[in-house]
Write a protein that binds this ligand. Structure first.
Ligand SMILES: O=C(O)CCC(=O)C(=O)O
Ligand SMILES: [Fe+2]
Length: 490
């Protein structure tokens, strides 16, 4: 029995020092348990979300709680991030603080959760409430459904699959990509098992759809974890396996649109100027001014019909159009830009080959309120190599702002900046007047140190690669690669 939340927390801290380890565990491969019905507190604990709050934040929350008393008698407790980090947590709609999970009660009495609610007037009050967020409701009461064939009783169970998918999305929203990857693998696995059993109560079509979404989720997580060649394989093989899944079709279309880097060196000599040696270079004449104008014209006529996309890059949303969605721009890009970019990367960064992850045309503009879309906040691209190719110059301000230089770099029309997008903090400098168009490219090389990762296996594929669905490794996977961003969000 703990008299106060402080005593309780002290006990938790004393007994679970690893709660402060912000490192995520390696993704757990799906392995059937030895026997049915066996799961320990450690098993449950390993599935709980890891704390994202710092000790300081936690202590200051405890200070706020000084006068409150916890009437519960939990034995093992962990806590999640502040609720504002849980976009799909439905049970609390205020941006209130903290949920404490009582693992033993979860096993015994699923109705008891300890919620900490902000009352809105700088006072805090503990209420014991049944939390219905997916962290609480999804895996734990149904944990047996998540543990492989021997304990998998109801493979077509709608709630376990659907809740698992939601949980995976929440984990992604919390930037817990390794755990989200694992959850997506669980979902695909459950769906495949359900399909083996004829679809169950969910039905084959929905199961295939969820499985495809889960495959997309795995690739998206791997992309965030900079495991890009594996992500690429999962997208390509996923589109073959789930040909009706729109996410997978879109991604494999993106991947297949961009030409591979040319095998022989680009014919004309190429000189670039180091801006920050080994990190950023200025590159003259990547594209001729007439081709830049042609890209702008084709882009504008495309967006008249199709509109701009604003949600492809969720971390810093640009208003852009992917190059692979405009055939005339794609052919200029493949014929003119890729050979030059490949050459630049091999010259400046000693890469043997380059793979394009994504390319898009961005438009910055001062809107009628004079505020939005003038630039892009500081960020890292999570690409290995990024390019910004200027397409016009009739604006004031603008350029690619490089934080370490404390200045914006704005090459002339058809010129480019190539830089290590995942290492150099940068942004789009606000424009003053006019409109700025820029072609942005995310790419990765063959030998990116620390970019290739082993040990992630495709769900449902046997060791020897034998599988009913005729799964193949995606073509064109060129070893380790790296970066992220340009995939569609759920
Ligand atoms: O506007 C620029 O020059 C930077 C664009 C950028 O960083 C991006 O789209 O990721
Ligand atoms: Fe960027």
């Amino acid at each position: 029995m703990y008299g106060s939340i402080e005593e309780l927390a002290c006990c938790v801290i004393a007994t679970n020092p690893e709660l402060y380890d912000q490192k995520l565990p390696d993704p757990t491969p799906l392995q059937p348990p030895e026997a049915d019905e066996i799961y320990t507190v450690a098993d449950i604990y390993s599935l709980l979300p890891k704390p994202l709050i710092s000790l300081n934040t936690f202590n200051s929350l405890l200070t706020l709680l000084k006068s409150s008393h916890c009437h519960a008698t939990p034995t093992l407790i962990t806590w999640s991030s502040p609720l504002s980090h849980l976009p799909t947590c439905s049970s609390y709609n205020s941006d209130s603080g903290l949920i404490l999970y009582d693992c033993l009660s979860l096993k015994i009495k699923t109705s008891t959760r300890y919620g900490l609610l902000h009352k809105g007037d700088n006072t805090w009050q503990i209420n014991i409430v049944p939390c219905e967020c997916v962290h609480c409701t999804s895996p734990f009461p149904k944990i047996k459904n998540y543990r492989g064939p021997t304990s998998y009783k109801s493979v077509g169970n709608y709630h376990s699959i659907f809740d698992s998918l939601r949980l995976a999305e929440v984990l992604m929203g919390e930037y817990q990509f390794k755990e989200a990857l694992w959850q997506h693998q669980v979902v695909e696995y459950l769906c495949l098992k359900g399909l083996e059993g004829g679809g169950g109560e969910v039905g084959e079509e929905d199961l295939r759809n969820y499985a495809g979404n889960a495959r997309h989720g795995q690739a998206a997580c791997l992309t965030e974890l900079k495991q890009h060649s594996i992500a690429r394989d999962l997208w390509i093989s996923g589109a073959k396996k789930y040909p009706d899944n729109s996410f997978l079709i879109k991604e494999s279309h993106r991947i297949n649109s961009y030409a591979p880097s040319p095998p022989s060196p680009h014919p004309h000599p190429y000189t670039s100027t180091p801006l920050i040696p080994s990190l950023a270079y200025l590159c003259p004449s990547v594209l001729s001014p007439p081709l830049c104008s042609s890209i702008i014209t084709s882009t504008e006529s495309h967006v008249k019909k199709e509109g701009w996309t604003t949600s492809r890059h969720y971390q810093v949303p640009t208003r852009d159009v992917p190059v692979h969605s405009i055939p005339s721009v794609l052919s200029i890009f493949n014929a003119e830009v890729i050979p030059v970019l490949s050459k630049l990367i091999s010259q400046n960064f000693s890469e043997k080959s380059v793979t394009i992850h994504d390319a898009f045309v961005v438009k910055y503009q001062v809107n009628s309120t004079g505020t939005s879309n003038r630039g892009l906040p500081l960020h890292y691209d999570q690409s290995q190599y990024s390019f910004t190719v200027s397409l016009n110059d009739d604006y004031t301000g603008g350029g690619t702002y490089i934080e370490v230089l404390k200045k914006a770099v704005d090459p002339g029309v058809g010129e480019a900046l190539v830089f290590k997008g995942g290492e150099l903090e940068h942004g789009g400098e606000d424009i003053g007047e006019g409109v700025r168009y820029v072609l942005v490219v995310f790419a990765y090389g063959e030998d990116g140190v620390g970019w290739g990762v082993e040990g992630v296996k495709e769900v449902g594929v046997e060791e020897e690669g034998k599988e009913g669905g005729g799964e193949e490794a995606g073509e064109g996977s060129g070893g380790g690669g790296g970066f992220s961003f340009g995939f569609d969000n759920f």
